[in-house]
Design a protein around this ligand. Structure first.
Ligand code: SAM
Length: 220
């Protein structure tokens, strides 16, 4: 079985929800110098180097970012340590990796005066209710920054059942139903792409249907 990060459906989902979405919403081909791409990294490879099919490999090949703009966070220590070795061997200096929770790392970076987000990819394997809790705490921090930002929230919509469909605004509705998350959406005047993107999961999530909702905030 192919690993989660290395599957054609996942690669297509990344292309649509990250690369194409960024270009469509920002009108820019790539993230401007000095701005950052934040993501839940997950494992970046297994064969001694960063896999070109991993998220990091894919976004670099797409030309959306350069290595120094990548900031990968993972609270799983084993994943973080594996990635550190892979990134050092493949790129040397450049991509930054952090061990800890996304909300805390973003908040710490803000406090230190270093947060300049352009894209934040919350690529979770959470159910919508838990995913929007993470979204709320991330938006709380992003609302203290300026400029155009795109936030991509990936969730598990449900187990695969033949003929089951999901409302195209399911994730947005869940975000609005969570009072903390909704307050952050309103505070930052966040907008959303009208329809969530749906795809079949792979690897760890092979028996599931995944959904991705894109949020964005215009530059003031
Ligand atoms: C689905 S994987 C990421 C896959 C990757 N973005 C890709 O495209 O291949 C999610 C990763 O995020 C980590 N994770 C989940 N929630 C997190 C959080 N709140 N803070 C930090 N890491 C988290 C998990 O340990 C897991 O390795």
């Amino acid at each position: 079985m192919k690993a989660y990060h290395d599957c054609p459906k996942k690669r297509e989902a990344r292309k649509v929800t990250l690369c194409d979405a960024w270009r469509g919403l920002s009108g820019l081909d790539s993230v401007p110098q000095g701005l950052q791409y934040w993501t839940l990294s997950g494992p970046l490879g297994s064969k001694g180097e960063v896999d070109p099919s991993s998220e990091l490999g894919q976004v670099l090949r797409s030309g959306v970012i350069e290595p120094s703009q990548y900031h990968g966070v993972d609270f799983d220590r084993e994943t973080f340590e594996l990635n550190e070795a892979l990134v050092a061997r493949t790129y040397g200096e450049g991509p930054r990796l952090y061990h800890g929770s996304m909300a805390e790392i973003l908040d710490r970076t803000l406090t230190r005066g270093g947060l300049r987000p352009a894209i934040v990819n919350l690529d979770t394997l959470y159910q919508p209710a838990k995913a929007v809790e993470l979204l709320g705490s991330v938006l709380d921090t992003l609302n203290q920054t300026n400029g155009f930002v795109m936030v991509v929230l990936n969730v598990i919509l449900g187990q695969k059942h033949r003929g089951v469909g999901y409302a195209s605004d399911l994730i947005w509705k869940e975000a609005e139903a969570n009072s903390y998350c909704n307050a952050q959406l309103l505070n930052g005047s966040w907008l959303r792409v009208p329809s969530q993107y749906t795809y079949e999961g792979t690897g760890q999530a092979s028996r599931t249907t995944m959904g991705t909702q894109i949020f964005y905030r215009l530059a003031a």
